[in-house]
Design a protein around this ligand. Sequence first.
Ligand SMILES: Cc1cc2nc3c(=O)[nH]c(=O)nc-3n(C[C@H](O)[C@H](O)[C@H](O)COP(=O)(O)OP(=O)(O)OC[C@H]3O[C@@H](n4cnc5c(N)ncnc54)[C@H](O)[C@@H]3O)c2cc1C
Ligand SMILES: NC(=O)C1=CN([C@@H]2O[C@H](COP(=O)(O)OP(=O)(O)OC[C@H]3O[C@@H](n4cnc5c(N)ncnc54)[C@H](OP(=O)(O)O)[C@@H]3O)[C@@H](O)[C@H]2O)C=CC1
Length: 483
Amino acid sequence: LYFNVMENKNTFKFVVVGGGIAGVTCVEQLASQFPSADLALITAGPHIKAVTNFKQVSKTLEEFSVEERPFTLLEEKYSNLTFILSAVKALDAKSHCLETTDGKVYGYEKLCICSGARPKLFTEDNPYVLGIRDTDSAQDFQKRLSQAKRIVLIGNGGIALELVHEVRGCEVIWAIKDKAIGNTFFDAGAAQFLIPSLETPKAQKPFPCKRPRYTVEETAGGTHGSALGPDWHEGIVLQGAEQGHRVVVEYQCEVEKIFTSTDVLVSEIAPNLETVGSWPVYIKLNNDKTYGCDLIVSATGVVPNTDPFLHGNDFVLANDGGLQVDEQMRTSELDIYAAGDVCTACWKHSPLWQQMRLWTQARQMGWHAARCMAAHALSESIELDFCFELFSHITKFFNYKVVLLGKFNAQGLGPNHELLVRCTKGQEYVKVVLSEGRMVGAVLIGETDLEETFENLILNQMDLTPYGEDLLNPNIDIEDYFD
Ligand SMILES: Cc1cc2nc3c(=O)[nH]c(=O)nc-3n(C[C@H](O)[C@H](O)[C@H](O)COP(=O)(O)OP(=O)(O)OC[C@H]3O[C@@H](n4cnc5c(N)ncnc54)[C@H](O)[C@@H]3O)c2cc1C
Ligand SMILES: NC(=O)C1=CN([C@@H]2O[C@H](COP(=O)(O)OP(=O)(O)OC[C@H]3O[C@@H](n4cnc5c(N)ncnc54)[C@H](OP(=O)(O)O)[C@@H]3O)[C@@H](O)[C@H]2O)C=CC1
């Protein structure tokens, strides 16, 4: 019914939904390309994410800082941009209209959905289980951690890797499904290299590494904040109720049941548990171990925020729940694009690229989506950007610089590959993935200075068979070798 009140709606040439990296990059690109067109950014929180100090480190590797800023800065910068502080609650793709939670209706000629994702908790509606996504949830975690003596961490990806390293003054029971830590980023060899760091206090790490900065100007409000990112924990003290740092890793297990000390079944579920009654919550793993703890962190991935857009429309969703997009960032609905964590890249990928829901990819997709929207508005066509040729990611785990290139974990290669590894304990771990003599991926941990050379070798697909294991010989200056 609301969408019939067409005459009362504001119509914009371009509307972007979401004030995270993808949405802000997209709307800024559109605003500068069409300085006299009417544009709107609709977002649920008063703060937006701005990319600053952007640096192209090599052909595909990029570094930048991210600042959380009030939206007014964007409005001041672009006079053609209207900022709408509200959440979208419905979309009618046929009539090209959106409705926000404050009951207003906006029309668009072209729309880009950049509504991000939210934590995919392994169990819903349990007050002791929390996920970390935005400034609010990080602060909630910090507050509850300050009273905690023991937490249980579920999940083996980026957030879990960061938390086991950052949390102090609280025992961490880290329960993972896999044989080795960090399965989304590393193989077992790299995990072995990093394991000693689990017990090393942060301050004693030998190689402090530089990393993109993330700053928060002031507390963000709203219930759907943007995702945190690089160094989100720098400004937050992740300190438990006690001193010291202890991590216990429970390998190859999953959660079987969660119960509180008042549950009548406690003694049946965990008959040998000595501490029944002294913890607010208990977690039973399928390796027959039960731990009492103060809270449980579910760092078990994300689920794209698509709900408000689906009802009554014909979006095709990918298996991971993301809006399917083609190489022009178009969804299956006419004039609707999507970018960042909310979308799933469903074009035929370059053999050396894969999607991961990361800050860098959110920026690249937001930028590419804007260029596609602009080109289509002018009836032009555009090619897939070069950044989608090769997967590349710079980050930091356990205070080591980590660079991931191409098929860094031999993803999708089957048995048809070979690995070369060089490892110096406490200093560096270098792994190269070769397929038919060509380099197709690499993991570089530590200050290896190999990223640019390896990126070139991956991009030019040179036959490296003649070099054999010399490729990682520390006595050969590989940079000069391939210069
Ligand atoms: C703790 C943590 C650490 C991370 N660390 C890293 C890292 O080190 N490196 C890295 O590359 N990536 C990291 N990531 C991932 C990275 O932050 C995300 O991939 C990226 O920020 C996604 O950007 P986005 O713009 O797609 O979504 P988001 O940043 O989630 O932004 C979504 C926006 O949409 C708005 N929104 C949502 N629903 C609606 C609605 N219905 N109506 C209106 N607006 C809406 C939200 O308010 C928000 O502004 C981390 C993520 C987390 C949670
Ligand atoms: N430095 C960086 O680059 C960082 C990046 N991020 C990004 O932020 C986002 C959120 O991070 P995060 O939540 O860690 O997500 P990730 O996708 O990185 O990792 C999720 C982990 O949880 C596991 N998992 C999924 N479901 C269950 C379950 N039911 N029980 C037990 N384990 C489960 C997954 O295993 P499996 O893979 O087998 O399903 C995987 O190990 C990701 O996109 C991540 O890439 C976050 C922090 C740092």
